[in-house]
Design a protein around this ligand. Sequence first.
Ligand code: SAM
Ligand code: DTB
Ligand code: SF4
Length: 329
Amino acid sequence: MNAIPQAATLAQDCSPTTHSARWTVAEVEALYQLPLMDLIYRAQQVHRENFDANAIQRSTLLSVKTGGCSEDCGYCSQAARYTTGTEREALLPLDEVIAAAQAAKDKGASRFCMGAAWRGPKDKDLAKVTEMIRAVKGLGLQTCVTLGMLKEGQADELKEAGLDYYNHNLDTDASFYGQVITTHKHADRIDTLGQVREAGLKVCSGGIIGMGESRRNRAALIVQLANLNPPPESVPINNLVPIPGTPMAALAPIDNFEFVRTIAAARITMPASFVRLSAGRQAMAEELQALCFLAGANSIFYGDKLLTTGNPEADRDEALFEKLGLRPI
Ligand code: SAM
Ligand code: DTB
Ligand code: SF4
């Protein structure tokens, strides 16, 4: 078996400012192969060295422009080419965005994430999104947007507007990417992440599990995220939400423990990053969510809707936090 770096070494080597740890796929596969109890124990150790293990960050999502997207991402309800039942909506007016952000803040979210179904923003769209960022920031919330691929200069404009995080997921292993998306490349995503970093923004980047990828693909995705220099501050791990009408509508769900192992692998390889238990939570029992938190997840999407699909009601999450003794950050 490959040597697995110890958590203590990782905590020193792999912080957002000093990044000397480079993971290999074999090392991450070796993590996956550990007995589950050992893997979770390792993940808890790393988690506790870097975070309060009883505190969870909460972000609320709003789709500010829905559907009609030119891309062919095989999982997505918003790709124009699939008949998914998602209704197209133009860019939301500013007052609706402000009202949703205020409601999210009142419910206890610390970050407000605005998503748009674009391959990338046109300059005139970006001007409207920067107004939204300024307004949401003015409410005292952290801001995040996910707008697709950026052109030169656009990340600087976002930074200038006060944006905190840019979400842009690698989604899956580079070698599996072409089986999920053909209208852009994994390398394009990496390029946008580079622009985001250069502009001084924080990076939110993760992926989707359960798209028919192999364990090796999952390990490789984790490696591609962990070896970004520095790693993303925020790492959403989405469990595929199967959308009728997409090519992935009928995929069998991934085994729950394999999903938990993926969370643990993300925690161990990205010790200082927030790992977000993201899409798919509505279909998860409370016990599975608790296991994900035990494996090192310390962030969720909060509020009854993701972009186009459902998420647990905020009150249900409150009740779960209460039962588990979790505090919001
Ligand atoms: N168009 C932009 C982009 O692709 O980056 C932003 C919006 S896109 C919907 C944001 C992310 O949502 C995707 O990268 C993917 O990780 C996630 N996502 C979309 N549909 C999903 C689904 N059905 N199940 C799980 N995650 C999904
Ligand atoms: C992320 O990784 N997951 C969120 C957010 N970043 C933008 C989106 C999940 C979308 C799930 C399917 C939907 O609601 O359309
Ligand atoms: Fe478009 Fe983003 Fe959906 Fe891909 S994931 S189809 S780029 S909205």
